[in-house]
Design a protein around this ligand. Structure first.
Ligand SMILES: [Ca+2]
Length: 379
């Protein structure tokens, strides 16, 4: 596997699109964004998976042209320096999964375990089939001790159901526990760590409709919807409200029944959590969630899970690619970024770890979602 890295996105500037180094822009015929887009963020957060993107793009090219470009780029085995020299990225095989899925889920040497109805197919891992009341999961067996990382998820959600007659979606996890089935997209509730949800069914909206209540327009979230949650084990995911009370952020992501590939990237660098998606078939990362001050312990597990209920979908994972991002830190940052032992989010008043009886969020403050209250976690 080539582990060329490089480039970054224009994410830092809130723009759409991806940044390519000059040669890459030339090689692909794509103009890269100028000025600050290539600046600080690319240098510090820098590297992401443009290489994967680019390689897919190249798949339409013939082999000799690709080889020529590889030679031009000096790209081969090993890490690649990115930006102004601060960032490298390395594919970590022990936390990655891609075709062919030889030995996945079987044998004691497999890096990945399957659960429930999850099945290994030739072209994908199916977490659930398009059938009612299924649940499945896929879990990395190796705890991740990286400080800064990026997880690229290539997934596909598809099924027979028409609009809003499909569910429930899938989740991507970085958690203390693994292989614990439960109600949160097939995983345990009150998890410890990070959950990213690709929620395809608007439970809250449907419930309110059933009660003949109307959303106020500014509050409505359009589904499918991606959201993120950090939990220290005290909070329940509110399925009936699609996790709204505990979400760190979210965005609409029309991901079902698409004829092109769909991707999600979760990047965690210097305690900054960024979630982007490539779901428009344009080979560009689009912003979804950005949260600073997210403290995640090391040594947790990556996994993905899914569940169906009365409504269903095929939830497929094609690949999971975990990149180590090596980032320079100032001595001050080194002090600030010391290891933590429980997940938390700055300014969100997660309860103290000493009390086992943390209540769920009670206080709320007006913010986000057109005046909808945002969570304030208190003891
Ligand atoms: Ca839902």
């Amino acid at each position: 596997m080539l582990t060329c890295g490089g480039g970054g996105s224009t994410r830092a500037n809130g723009r759409r699109g991806r940044w390519f180094p000059g040669l890459m822009a030339w090689a692909t015929g794509r103009a890269f964004n100028e000025g600050t887009a290539v600046g600080k963020m690319a240098a510090t957060l820098g590297s992401s998976g443009w290489w994967q993107r680019w390689r897919r793009r190249l798949s339409a090219w013939n082999g000799s042209r690709m080889l020529l470009l590889l030679l031009l780029l000096g790209c081969g085995q090993g890490p690649r320096q990115v930006g102004a020299g601060q960032t490298f990225e390395y594919l970590k095989r022990e936390h990655s999964l891609s075709k062919p899925y030889q030995g996945v889920g079987t044998g004691s040497s497999s890096l990945w375990n399957l659960m429930g109805n999850a099945m290994v197919m030739t072209q994908y891992i199916r977490l659930t089939p398009d059938m009612q009341s299924k649940q499945g999961a896929l879990w990395n067996r190796v705890p991740c001790f990286l400080r800064d990382w990026e997880l690229q998820v290539h997934f596909k959600i598809h099924g027979q159901g028409k609009k809003n007659l499909h569910g429930d979606g899938l989740a991507i996890w970085y958690t203390k526990d693994r292989m614990q089935p439960g109600p949160v997209f097939g995983n345990m509730d009150k998890f410890v760590g990070l959950g990213v949800f690709v929620d395809t069914y608007p439970n809250e909206e449907k419930q309110q409709e059933a009660q003949k209540r109307r959303y106020s327009p500014g509050v409505q979230r359009v589904f499918p919807y991606i959201s993120a949650m950090v939990n220290n084990g005290s909070l329940s995911y509110d399925h009936e409200r699609d996790g709204r009370p505990t979400e760190l952020g979210g965005c609409t992501a029309i991901v079902r029944n698409l004829h092109y590939d769909t991707f999600l990237v979760i990047r965690y660098v210097k305690r900054h959590l960024t979630i982007m998606m490539d779901i428009d078939g344009k080979h560009e990362w689009r912003d979804c969630i950005e949260v600073p001050g997210v403290r995640l312990p090391r040594g947790y597990y990556f996994g993905t899970s899914s569940i169906t209920g009365d409504l269903s979908d095929n939830h497929d994972v094609i690949s999971l690619k975990l990149f180590e991002l090596t980032v320079e830190r100032t001595p001050e940052e080194e002090k600030l970024h010391r290891d933590v032992f429980l997940p938390s989010v700055d300014n969100m008043k997660l309860p103290e770890a000493k009390s086992p009886s943390w209540s769920t969020l009670i206080q709320r403050s007006p913010r986000a979602h057109g005046g909808e209250e945002s969570p304030r976690y208190v003891a």
